[in-house]
Design a protein around this ligand. Structure first.
Ligand code: CMP
Length: 142
């Protein structure tokens, strides 16, 4: 299995609930290493740039407002099959459909306030990592 990097964001709802540590614990206990972190508070325009792929969808404006409503923690996870593994640990986008024991089943309140974001492919991971981090900010454990 390939060693991959993926972007994870702990969203404003989960930061506000003070569950950053619980979420990172799940990543580390499942073999992922945090190789870069950045806490930031996006403007609505910055959130819009990050989620540009969703521009025009009915939830886009609400998504940008929510993602700029408070601080987030962006991080880069590294490990075997990191993109898929992170998405398994997160659970389905809609917490009503999220697998028991997943991050969203335990911490998300709605499809919008759904605790975490994770890159959906290796190509998008590279784009999303570059949105928040420079190479010098990343510290591989390999
Ligand atoms: P995320 O994985 O961050 O990617 C885009 C986000 O849009 C998604 O999680 C949801 O929080 C949000 N969203 C809101 N409504 C929808 C919807 N109907 N379908 C998909 N994503 C939605």
């Amino acid at each position: 299995m390939a060693i991959e990097r993926t972007l994870s964001i702990i969203k404003p709802d989960a930061v506000g609930k003070n569950v950053i540590g619980d979420i990172i614990r799940r990543f580390e206990e499942n073999g992922l290493s945090v190789i870069g972190t950045r806490m930031t508070h996006l403007s609505a325009a910055e959130a819009g740039r990050f989620y540009a792929v969703h521009e025009g969808r009915p939830f886009y404006n609400d998504l940008c407002a929510f993602m700029s409503s408070g601080p987030i923690l962006a991080m880069v996870l590294e490990g075997k099959n990191a993109v898929k593994l992170n998405r398994q640990l997160m659970g389905a986008t809609n917490p009503k459909e999220a697998e028991a024991g997943s991050i969203r089943a335990d911490h998300a309140d709605s499809i919008e306030a759904n605790a975490v974001h994770g890159s959906d492919s290796l190509d998008n991971a590279a784009i999303e990592i570059a949105f928040f981090f420079a190479d010098l900010d990343l510290h591989s454990r390999r």
